[in-house]
Design a protein around this ligand. Sequence first.
Ligand SMILES: O=C(O)[C@H](CS(=O)(=O)O)OP(=O)(O)O
Length: 269
Amino acid sequence: MTKKGTEKMWQELLQFPMGKRTAKPRTTGITMIIDKGLGLGETRDLLNLAGDYIDFLKLGFGTAALYYNEVLEEKIHLVTSHGVDIYPGGTFLEVAVLQDKLRQYLAMARDFGFTAVEISDGTIDMSLQLRAQAISTACEMGFKVLSEVGKKDPDNEFEIKDIIRLVNHDLSCGACHVIVEGRESGKAVGLYDREGNLIMSELEELVYSVRDASKLIWEAPLKEQQQELIIRFGPNVNMGNINPHEVLALEALRAGLRADTLKAVLQRT
Ligand SMILES: O=C(O)[C@H](CS(=O)(=O)O)OP(=O)(O)O
């Protein structure tokens, strides 16, 4: 029995997703996963199981540099053939910027077949001018451009007003989405406190002040964060840095097929 067939059978019996869930290709309700080294077989399994629920796959950090060429090319082909955009981690671009090789980096990423890139300065310093130039050059080269706001070092954090300014800047330069930093850990970074709780006053200020909050992708690696974002924004909130093994679990949260969001999502139906 095909997956579609199975889903249809359940849907004849039960109404879900509760809340209106967007379908691919999506502009809201995006799920971005962080891939820290899935092999080809694992990637194929993941896409066969959950490809409908994945919009972007990030090859975390600089792991793209560590693949055998043929494996990377095959993986990119496999991922894109499932309608999923693929891009190297922002840290890899930061390495290229530090070495003054931005254009060459973008050209190589395009030659490999990456469909998106991330422009970030989580670890390095980047002038606004260079940031604007990086975003517009990548757009001209045909990439979907995701920018990211936030620093990885908790002692060198941006203030919320700086984050707001950068989000608006990046959207005006052509970024299709702006990622709000949350790292893999989801703790003591961006809008998360040391325990991983969302600092709601900052979140509300950000959402209220940016020109289009629907373009934000919240890095939310922990279930409690995903739950809180769905309760605040609904099933079609954009979320990133999702563990590949938790894509269906997140989709169940979005659809109200999990105790943690069942009532909240039902209320929106
Ligand atoms: O993949 C990366 O480069 C990092 C991962 S983490 O923040 O170091 O956990 O994320 P990015 O959002 O791309 O900067």
